[in-house]
Design a protein around this ligand. Structure first.
Ligand code: LLP
Length: 429
């Protein structure tokens, strides 16, 4: 469910008119719905209620401290991948004791910081990393809680850049050698074996790969429980969301009228909970996109129309630096005008940004309602991996971010100024 829809002719987020909001705060503008984020958190927790489920939100998906604070207040833990994310979680009021630390390249300062703060567990991705964590912990007179990330060699059937659970990916330790890796880790002096983790990929739209991976790894988890007394099994994130027809799909009746169906968290839970339940362990989930993806939009204004011999281009004021998913993964985001258009008239257009790259597009040859310069568009389902992947390329300041709570719009990050872009740069004297 999400809270975006037309009311009185304009697109709203909850009770806020997005056209008026964009007039006030300018574009490009990210807008998130608080209600949607909370709804998604509670819905997933409810679906998993037959196991001792702990949700560690994948901070990387949207790490604004206002978003983290919402989830911390709901009781969420956090899956972090850097010292920077741990710092954010702390600033947001999150509990480091509920943080898992993932990633293939943890540095000494990051490991030290995480040990000082008493994080719940390091999810280690290689034997070299475990040895290093043991050494760092030893030097601090501490014992580091560790889970190993197993690579179950299951095809997540998602885009190759966001598939992580195959042997050719850089992530995790091969399934075939995981038991030996645990034995060697357990022999290290400053390591406490706490669990096992996996994550097979992102934006999975079928439950089959999840279920295949859980079935494959569960027997190993049982062995590790007997051998080392592990307390948790983390099955990672990856629950896919709807990117096409995502506005209509906020209304569940839409799905009743259409044959294709989204991966629902109820279906996800129904397939994996029976196996997980038998393990009698704490089950950790690391959802990112599911929690925030459909909860956000990016608003942009049409600057110019350019009619070429082959194409019609609408040049907008947001670029690939603001939302890189289409350029990087050919990611699809629905694009709708903020002013409702019921005429049914459409034309095939390319929606392109101002950045000097051919990859700077949001849609190609897409049939869209006819919009003129000065009108505004919303790119839907931009709440996950949107702002967090933004850059200052072409010296373009970061957009503003707004969190909507019913009729109130909180500015949770003001637009960056061009002066701010240069504050840390120095000309040598
Ligand atoms: N856990 C681990 C270890 C991960 O690497 C990730 C995502 C997650 C959890 C959360 O996955 P999610 O539930 O959000 O699918 N930028 C890409 C997605 C990269 C995902 C990276 N890892 C995109 O925009 O599609």
């Amino acid at each position: 469910m999400h809270s975006f829809g037309y009311r009185n002719g304009t697109l709203h987020c909850e009770s806020v008119d997005l056209d008026a909001l964009a007039e006030e705060h300018g574009t490009p503008l990210y807008v998130y719905s608080k209600g949607t984020i909370i709804d998604h958190y509670r819905r997933l927790a409810a679906a998993m209620n037959e196991v001792d489920c702990h949700i560690c939100y994948a901070t990387k998906a949207n790490s604004n401290i206002a978003v983290l604070n919402l989830l911390a207040k709901e009781g969420a833990g956090f899956d972090i991948v850097s010292g920077g994310e741990l710092f954010r979680v702390e600033k947001a009021g999150g509990d480091p004791g509920k943080c898992t630390f993932a990633g293939v390249g943890k540095t000494r300062p990051e490991i030290e910081y995480a040990l000082e703060k008493g994080i719940y567990c390091f999810n280690a991705e290689s034997e070299a990393e475990i040895a290093f964590i043991s050494e760092v912990a030893g030097a601090m007179g501490k014992v580091a809680p560790i889970a190993l990330r197993v690579n179950p060699n299951v095809d997540a059937k998602t885009h190759k850049y966001i598939s992580t659970g195959k042997s050719e990916n850089k992530f995790g330790i091969d399934f075939e050698v995981i038991r030996e890796a645990y034995a060697r880790a357990a022999a290290l002096p400053n390591i406490q074996i706490k669990g096992l983790q996996m994550h097979i990929g992102s934006q999975l739209t079928s439950v089959d790969p999840f279920s295949e991976a859980v079935e494959k790894v569960a027997p190993v988890v049982e062995e590790l429980k007997a051998e080392y007394g592990i307390e948790f099994f983390s099955i990672g994130g990856g629950i896919g969301i709807v990117y096409e027809n995502s506005l209509a799909s906020g209304d569940i009746s839409w799905w009743n009228e259409h044959e294709e169906s989204p991966l629902t968290v109820e279906e996800y839970a129904a397939r994996i909970v029976p196996t997980l339940k038998k393990l009698g362990l704490k089950i950790i989930l690391e959802p990112g996109r599911y929690m925030v993806g459909n909860a956000g939009v990016m608003i942009t204004e049409v600057l110019y129309e350019k009619r070429g011999s082959a194409k019609v281009f609408k040049v907008v004021d947001a670029g690939m630096n603001d939302l890189i998913r289409p350029a990087l993964y050919e990611g699809h985001h629905d694009i709708v005008p903020l002013k409702e258009d019921n005429s049914g008239d459409t034309e095939a257009v390319d929606i392109v940004g101002p950045v000097c790259e051919s990859g700077d597009f949001f849609a190609q040859d897409r049939e869209l309602p006819i919009v003129q310069s000065g009108e505004k568009l919303a790119l839907l389902s931009a709440g996950a991996y949107g702002f967090v992947m933004a850059s200052n390329y072409n010296s373009r300041p970061f957009p503003a971010e707004i969190l909507v709570d019913d009729e109130v719009a909180h500015v949770i990050r003001p637009r960056q100024t061009i002066e701010e872009l240069l504050t840390t740069e120095v000309i040598p004297q």
